[in-house]
Design a protein around this ligand. Structure first.
Ligand SMILES: Cc1cc2nc3c(=O)[nH]c(=O)nc-3n(C[C@H](O)[C@H](O)[C@H](O)COP(=O)(O)OP(=O)(O)OC[C@H]3O[C@@H](n4cnc5c(N)ncnc54)[C@H](O)[C@@H]3O)c2cc1C
Length: 320
């Protein structure tokens, strides 16, 4: 199919080549849809940042994030998915089609699957970049297992931080939770009351009130954190084997505001079939509300599959 301006239109244009986008491509190609993925960086998404994945079904032994995503990419390629290195910058309807402009040309499609993911917000302090993935992690559900019977630190006292702190009590010896407000402040722990109470009562959790992390230290691997007391500026060094940061997520949707319905936190709203507020535009994976709370590859992959099956139905019913 060719659009009015002579650009060849695909059946499905998938934005983002992480687990959601690649799985969507596998399902779309199996439905015989002409499928193109736009990826702005390396195909594979966030899992490229992690050493080992132990919870993706079908791999009884731990598999590196890189290898898992190489396999997913190979599967999509074997089924003849077209992959383009390009960052999508705008999305607009044009007649019956969708038009995406990117850093590498314009793409037309009958329908679009948004699978641009989200990134955990990172701490911008000394040592954070160097020790990321070497003791400093942004996902306890993913990496917590490696800290059996070790002391660990959690930064963040919202729902995600407290949930992960409680999760770590099953594995770690002791879990320190850094809170930037004094104990007397009723809003010091922002997590829902039930989580808050559970954490406050837990014998393995120790709250470090009114403190912030000033630096992560270690020679090639995290050995300690430097904490600063906000009341008097005093610094102390605390030895921990692992540190987890949960200070929120940043979904990759800045270019989609005003195009599809987006939550206050920046996530794309869909129904259970991954349909956004615009016909022919679907969303899947970490970018979808309320995905940030269960941001896992297997969930993203499942949503990619649903989105692609819905896209196939949309195309076969003459949409786009
Ligand atoms: C350190 C770490 C470890 C993790 N470990 C595990 C684990 O062990 N098990 C597990 O299940 N989950 C793990 N996760 C979570 C898992 O990686 C995510 O849930 C999953 O990757 C989400 O998939 P996604 O396809 O929705 O998004 P992503 O993986 O974020 O992929 C989105 C892709 O879209 C691209 N993109 C964004 N915007 C644009 C644009 N405008 N144009 C083109 N491309 C764009 C991005 O470059 C990216 O490649 C981990 C996450 C992190 C950060």
């Amino acid at each position: 199919m060719t659009s009015g301006n002579g650009v060849q239109a695909s059946d499905v244009l998938i934005i983002g080549g992480g687990p959601a986008g690649l799985t969507a491509a596998i399902y779309a190609r199996r439905a015989a849809l002409h499928t193109v993925i736009l990826e702005r960086g390396a195909i594979g998404g966030q899992l490229l940042e992690t050493d080992m994945v132990e919870n993706f079904p079908g791999f009884p032994e731990p598999i590196s994030g890189q290898e898992l995503m190489d396999r997913m990419r190979a599967q999509a390629q074997r089924l003849d998915t077209e992959m383009r290195l390009a960052e999508a910058t705008t999305l607009e309807s044009q007649g019956d089609l969708w038009r995406v402009t990117s850093t590498n040309g314009t793409f037309m499609a009958r329908c679009v699957i948004l699978a641009t993911g989200a990134h955990p917000k990172e701490l911008d302090v000394l040592g954070a970049q160097e020790l990321k993935g070497k003791g400093l992690s942004y996902c306890a559900t993913c990496d917590g297992y490696f800290y059996r019977d070790k002391p660990v630190l959690m930064v963040g006292a919202g729902d995600a931080g407290i949930t992960e702190a409680l999760f770590m009590t099953r594995i770690a010896r002791e879990v320190f939770v850094v809170v930037r407000h004094p104990e007397a402040d009723p809003k010091a722990i922002r997590a829902t009351p039930i989580l808050r109470e559970r954490a406050l009562k837990h014998p393995k959790i120790r709250f470090l009130w009114n403190q912030v992390v000033d630096a992560f230290r270690g020679d090639g691997r995290l050995e300690s954190v430097v904490l600063r007391d906000l009341s008097d500026g005093r610094r102390v060094e605390l030895k921990v084997d692992g540190a987890f940061v949960k200070i929120g997520y940043a979904p990759a949707t800045s270019w989609l505001h005003g195009v599809v319905e987006i939550s206050d936190e920046g996530y794309i709203r869909t129904d259970a079939w991954m349909r956004t507020s615009r016909p022919g535009v679907f969303a899947a994976g970490d970018v979808r509300e309320p995905h940030g709370r269960c941001a896992q590859a297997v969930v993203a992959a499942a949503e990619g599959a649903i989105a692609a099956m819905q896209a196939a139905e949309y195309v076969s019913e003459g949409g786009g």
